[in-house]
Design a binder for this molecule. Structure first.
Ligand SMILES: [Zn+2]
Length: 268
């Protein structure tokens, strides 16, 4: 957490809380027994026209720690998502410096205590820094640096989960951005209501969806190193990680600058 905080400071990317506090402390009583106080890390770029409205780009920063003297490295889960969020923040900052401020604010949210039951996101949604009614969308990244067995021979893919569930317009925008600039094979297998893996319910975006905030969950699927000590950085496909990050960035950029709010399905 200190590392992330120092990163944002060094990039001169501000905190939405105040000048020096980049963290939201989650008290130990909020967490399961035996878990110490923890922190979400937040940084943001202020919108030029609608600064009170926000797009939240999130990734959980926790993993499984050490068990039986073995370090669970978590390079894909979720070093990949964490670095993607950091890179996107830097890109938004560089654009801002060049005079291209997004119209809406963009919040970079590193969430704690995901692995033990989505606690960090629950806490954020109960103690939001931006009004939930002004939170336009949550783009959540949890594992985007690897290739699963299904896509071994066609690795330019990504699973998207949830995009159409609250706002079909969000799904449409995401598709449009991909078709125009990236042509990644977007796989919606896990977005099926009947999918037995139930990934839609298993990462932090779900807390946002419960509050009727449109979400997209970006995911490369499970692999043999999932939740194993062997989830190490040498196995990350860095070219894919970079391209997937650029795709998510471009989606966020479009959302932050579009004229109107997203149309929710219930309003159609
Ligand atoms: Zn994860």
């Amino acid at each position: 957490m200190e590392f992330l905080k120092n990163y944002y400071k060094s990039q001169q990317i501000l905190s939405p809380i105040n000048d020096s506090i980049y963290t939201q402390t989650i008290p130990s009583y909020y967490l399961p027994d035996g878990i110490n106080t923890s922190e979400n890390v937040l940084a943001f770029i202020r919108g030029s026209e609608k600064p009170e409205e926000v797009i939240i780009i999130s990734a959980h920063l926790d993993h499984m720690g050490i068990e039986n003297n073995e370090i669970f490295n978590g390079a894909d889960d979720n070093g990949s998502g964490t670095t993607a969020v950091m890179e996107m923040a830097q890109a938004f900052k560089l654009a801002e410096r060049d005079g291209y401020k997004p119209k809406r604010s963009v919040l970079f949210l590193h969430i704690t205590a995901e692995e033990i039951g989505l606690y960090g996101s629950k806490y954020y949604l109960e103690n939001p820094v931006f009004e939930l009614s002004k939170t336009m969308a949550n783009l959540n990244i949890d594992m985007i640096g690897r290739i699963d067995v299904k896509h071994k021979n066609k690795p330019d893919y990504l699973y998207l989960i949830g995009a159409n569930r609250i706002s079909k317009e969000l799904h449409f925008i995401s598709e449009k951005v991909n078709n125009k600039f990236f042509k990644i094979d977007l796989d919606y297998t896990y977005n099926d209501d009947d999918d037995p893996n139930r990934f839609y319910f298993r990462s932090d975006h779900y807390r946002f969806a419960l509050k009727n905030i449109p979400v997209i969950f970006y995911f490369n699927g499970e692999h043999e190193d999932y939740h194993q000590p062997s989830d190490t950085p040498d196995k990350i496909a860095y070219d894919l990680l970079a391209k997937r990050t650029q795709f998510i960035f471009t989606t966020a950029w479009y959302l932050a600058n579009k004229e109107n709010n997203l149309i929710h399905n219930v309003d159609i």
